[in-house]
Design a protein around this ligand. Structure first.
Ligand SMILES: Cc1cc2nc3c(=O)[nH]c(=O)nc-3n(C[C@H](O)[C@H](O)[C@H](O)COP(=O)(O)OP(=O)(O)OC[C@H]3O[C@@H](n4cnc5c(N)ncnc54)[C@H](O)[C@@H]3O)c2cc1C
Length: 571
């Protein structure tokens, strides 16, 4: 008997994050019908809370702004960083297609980007690494254009918003901090705040969207314009297969289960296995990181279904995750949050990171991913989970620390809820946080020697362009090294958490899921964090996961439409 279908479409895409929405958008442009099924009541996933940066070597947006770069140099860089492995072909194709995918989106949709200009690669001491021109960010988006569907865009984490709901990007922060130093900065800051206050008369948060929220809103807006439907609260639950072929899927909706026929395939874009305890234990380092930056809805559903259907798992993403150190916040409603220490504090002068022996274990100004890898290396010999960031209280007021914004003078709220620990001297601080006091005293003394000479003889803080980019340019002789000598002192605990999974499903470069024998499972694709990371667990530069999510999202859709140039050559 013929199976009965509740819904029929060309492509069914599970997950309305950046990866899934890109697939749906491109599929629709290329003449396919597409439906996105989303588990939650909002689009965005982790992408909505992200910084929204894409690493696209050779992109035309940067070139037009005067930043020359070449995908060939980027290939040299990746070869040095990662070498030749199973994902080499994915990387080659990624570099080849990246710039044109971005141009495609810009020309045909409302997904628009801005060049970041200077934004060094994370291992900029390797040859082929770039200092500028590779990173792009989504252009600011006016959430009011979405009307009542603005509510459907997952908000950023509260820790990334000011005044309870105002998003700010990097340039906004510079303007806000400099508001009393120049009239232009004052005017820009005033206009930000006024716009926010007027938004709050009608919306639950500010509608001027930046970073990952702008990317998500732009994708969603473009999908809406093309009448591509997103089925909310409708997680994919099972595949429907005929022979070995995936011909559709069962969705669990608020109106009962729905059988969806997907003529061109089912795309898994469910954001990886972040909240799946079993997979965390299997693929992540031990002790398993206690925290994840992904939304709780990312329970590895795509991964579980494909695993059961005989999909291969690509474990070359060593470590299972792409990491950031995070501190644990207490929100206004008493719930716990996580603040990722990405770029604002660690590189600044006058901050060190220590383990339980009170010893430094890393150049604090390396990338967030490299920092956490160093935590795990250090933890083999001395407890480093958590690691402690130590500085003067004056540092916190000047630069901020984690979720505490610069210019904060009164830390009492943060001390009362144990976000930070404050002490009058270093011995007392060490004893309060359970760190060896002699180790800490020695380490701070050594840091202060380095701060005076400007050379970190132990870990080279400030040596790399990346370090100095996030340091304080007005601080000499080294923008990343400063004294820690004036009481009181502050410490904050940081833990490892992943911002993305790096182990994922095994795919070919068109995103088709491969079985254990490396053969495509017809009708099944994976993209975004459901796809094994093509960077094999490394983090070359800003935008390492969103870049591939968007570029391979395009490739999946083009493959389903039979339009990939390599696919046409094969035929
Ligand atoms: C603070 C932070 C900053 C970051 N900044 C950057 C950055 O600047 N650049 C960068 O490259 N990366 C960044 N990342 C990482 C990036 O956000 C993720 O790698 C990216 O969002 C993954 O995209 P995705 O579409 O695969 O998954 P997600 O964005 O997580 O979306 C997955 C979606 O699938 C849905 N879903 C789950 N299960 C089901 C199911 N059964 N059926 C249907 N839907 C389902 C989820 O609800 C979710 O909406 C950052 C992450 C964080 C936390």
């Amino acid at each position: 008997m013929e199976p009965t279908w509740d819904i029929e479409t060309d492509l069914l895409i599970a997950g309305a994050g950046p990866a899934g929405m890109t697939v749906a958008l491109v599929a629709s442009i290329e003449g396919l019908t597409a439906i996105v099924c989303e588990k939650t009541r909002q689009v965005g996933g982790t992408g909505a809370t992200s910084a929204g940066t894409l690493w696209i070597p050779g992109n035309s947006q940067s070139r037009k702004a005067g930043f020359e770069d070449s995908p060939e140099d980027a290939a040299t860089y990746l070869d040095q960083l990662i070498g030749d492995d199973r994902a080499s072909e994915h990387r080659r194709i990624y570099l080849q297609d990246g710039p044109r995918v971005i141009d495609y989106l810009e020309n045909k949709t409302d997904v628009k980007f801005l060049p970041c200009g200077m934004h060094p690669d994370y291992r900029n001491n390797l040859s082929g690494a770039g200092l500028a021109g590779r990173a792009i960010i989504p252009d600011v988006f006016d959430g009011r254009l979405l009307g009542k569907d603005f509510e459907r865009v997952r908000p950023p984490i509260p820790e990334f918003m000011l005044m309870g709901g105002m998003m700010v990007g990097k340039t906004d922060i510079v303007n806000l901090l400099g508001r009393y130093k120049s009239f232009a900065a004052f005017r820009r800051s005033a206009s930000l705040v006024l716009r926010y206050l007027s938004d709050r008369l009608r919306f639950r948060r500010g509608t001027r969207l930046v970073m990952g929220n702008a990317l998500i809103a732009r994708l969603f807006y473009s999908l809406k314009k093309r009448n591509v439907s997103v089925m909310f609260q409708s997680p994919i639950k099972d595949f429907i297969r005929e022979g070995g072929v995936v011909v559709g899927a069962v969705l669990e909706t608020t109106n009962g289960d729905k059988r969806v026929r997907a003529r061109k395939g089912v795309v898994l874009a469910t954001g990886g296995f972040a909240h799946n305890t079993e997979y965390r234990k299997a693929f992540m380092p031990h002790p398993t990181p206690p925290h994840s930056m992904a939304p709780v809805s990312n329970t590895g559903d795509g991964f579980v279904l494909a695993d059961a259907a005989g999909a291969g798992i690509d474990t070359s993403g060593q470590g299972g995750g792409l990491w950031s150190p995070v501190s644990v916040t207490t929100r206004a409603d008493g719930t716990k949050g996580l603040f990722p220490h990405l770029a604002m504090d660690r590189a600044k002068p006058g901050l060190i990171a220590v383990n339980a022996e009170g010893r430094r274990f890393v150049n604090e100004a390396v990338s967030y991913h490299d920092f956490v890898e160093a935590m795990y290396r250090s933890h083999q010999t001395a407890s480093t989970l958590p690691a402690w960031l130590v500085c003067e209280r004056a540092f916190v007021t000047k630069y901020g620390l984690g979720a505490i914004h610069p210019e904060t003078r009164d830390l009492s709220k943060h001390i009362a809820n144990s976000y930070v620990t404050l002490a009058e001297n270093l011995e007392e601080l060490a004893s309060k946080i359970g760190v060896d006091p002699n180790g800490l005293l020695d380490t701070v003394a050594r840091n202060n020697d380095f701060a005076r000479t400007g050379t970190d003889e132990d870990f080279g803080k400030g040596d790399m362009e990346l370090n100095r980019f996030n340091g304080d340019p007005l601080h000499a002789p080294n923008p990343c090294l400063g004294l820690i000598e004036k009481s009181p002192f502050v410490a904050i605990a940081v833990w490892p958490a992943e911002i993305a999974c790096s182990v994922g499903l095994s795919t070919d470069p068109s995103g088709r899921v491969l079985d254990a024998q490396h053969q495509p499972i017809t009708g099944l694709y994976a993209v975004g964090n459901d796809m094994g990371s093509l960077m094999s667990g490394s983090y070359p530069g800003p935008g390492t996961t969103l870049g591939p999510a968007v570029v391979f999202g395009w490739r999946v859709a083009m493959h389903a439409a039979g339009l990939l140039s390599d696919q046409k050559a094969e035929a």
